[in-house]
Design a protein around this ligand. Structure first.
Ligand SMILES: Cc1ncc(COP(=O)(O)O)c(C=O)c1O
Length: 396
């Protein structure tokens, strides 16, 4: 510990990283919010959650408000296990841990598996909050590029081969968002999924599969990595944030009982027993498959609105990837510094997230930006992109 600081070296080092949430700029009132990865307000079931809370308290009185909470917490676990089974993943009770959002699952995984010496491989670009979490535990992060078919597993293989030949330490973990990736919206192909699982076996690392958007496919779906995993290498992370309500903080991880046990050990009761019980009641009363149809229809339509506005209002030189699900469109504006351009954009009344926040080396993201079609209404999306077109046109 340095004199003058109350913190040990590892914490001092972590505190020198970019501040958490730095990517969320101050958004002026009336600005069209194309930056945020929130669900569409009309799809957040506030009335249904209110009814669930009422019925929970009428039935169980103070029980859901005590440390130990309602027996419905166990029911929620069963409900998640059942849903995973319907989606193709079989997990036993001791192989699943409910967490405070997917974020806590990622943090717990990092906490039990990493130390200062550990190497983590991530996608480049990737979900900025996961990047922050990993940086809190290690400085050794290897970025593997993503293209239209998702993680470039051939590049990963080259890096692994070279490190092995040189006798260098190999990654302990790979963090990937294979389906409707944040921020690119891309999906890893079936061949690459097979390839990455093979590499995990050959080079002995674990894969964190972040499936936060996996239920939000507009068309067909691919098998999850966890479904294809023959050798228990995949830690599957999921969440109800994008499909029910992020403020309830309900996520989970599915992995071997050994890993789940260790994560539970450190999680202790850093939990939301009341939200878990309320969520269980909400799910019991909800036709979830029907809700998913509504979610997918809504986001498919909003995405189409955003894409057609981009085609109409953006200059020729700009390009973007059309996703098949999820919340985001990733855009490239050659020659731009999207971080600087944000000032003009906010002044025009439209927000986005500059690409740099999604990269380990922020310089790699200068020309990119992330747009979200999840939160704003369709008319707002069109107007927002019209404004963005003006900003990009003037900037270039
Ligand atoms: C890829 C990804 N993983 C995890 C999360 C966080 O999910 P949760 O709200 O469950 O912590 C997000 C939210 O933006 C995300 O985009």
């Amino acid at each position: 510990m340095n004199a003058g600081s109350v913190f040990p070296d590892n914490i001092q080092k972590a505190l020198r990283n970019n501040p958490p949430g730095e990517w969320i700029p101050e958004i002026p009132k009336d600005c069209i919010r194309l930056h945020c990865g929130y669900p569409a307000p009309a799809l957040v079931p506030d009335e249904e959650v209110k009814a669930a809370v009422k019925s929970l308290l009428e039935e169980e009185h103070d029980l859901p408000l005590l440390y130990i909470g309602s027996p419905k917490i166990l029911k929620l676990k069963e409900q998640i296990i059942t849903r995973l089974k319907e989606r193709g993943i079989s997990v036993a009770e001791e192989e699943l841990l409910i967490t405070s959002g997917a974020s806590q699952a990622i943090d717990l995984i990092a906490r039990i598996l990493l130390d200062e010496e550990a190497i983590v491989a991530i996608e480049s670009p990737t979900y900025m909050e996961a990047l922050e979490i990993f940086q809190n535990y290690t400085s050794h992060i290897i970025s593997i590029p993503v293209d239209k078919q998702g993680l470039q597993t051939d590049v990963l293989e080259e890096i692994l081969k070279e490190r092995k030949q040189k006798g260098l330490t190999l990654p302990r973990l790979l963090y990937t968002i294979p389906t409707f990736q944040n921020p690119t919206g891309t999906t890893m192909t079936e061949e690459r999924r097979q390839h990455v699982l093979m590499l995990a076996d050959r080079y002995n690392f674990l894969i964190v599969e972040d499936d936060a958007y996996g239920e939000l496919s507009f068309n067909k779906r691919l098998a999850m990595l966890k479904e294809m995993d023959q050798s228990s290498r995949v830690l599957h992370v999921g969440s109800l944030s994008k499909i029910v309500a992020p403020g309830m903080r309900i996520g989970w991880m599915a992995g071997t009982s050994q890993i789940i046990h260790a994560c539970a050990w450190f999680k202790k009761d850093l939990n939301h027993p009341f939200a878990q019980a309320a969520m269980s009641v909400y799910l019991t009363k909800t036709d979830f498959n029907k809700k998913l149809v509504t979610l997918r229809d809504t986001y498919r339509s909003k995405c189409a609105v955003l894409i057609s506005a981009l085609e109409k209002y953006l200059p020729e030189s700009a390009s973007w990837y059309v996703p098949e699900g999820g919340y985001f469109v990733w855009m490239k504006v050659p020659g731009a510094d999207t971080s600087k351009m944000l000032t003009q954009s906010l002044a025009e009344g439209v927000s986005y997230i500059p690409g740099k926040y999604f990269f380990m080396d922020q310089a790699d993201g200068t020309e990119f930006l992330r747009l979200s079609f999840s939160y704003a209404g369709e008319k707002e999306i069109t107007e927002g992109i019209r404004r963005l077109g003006r900003v990009v046109g003037a900037y270039l």
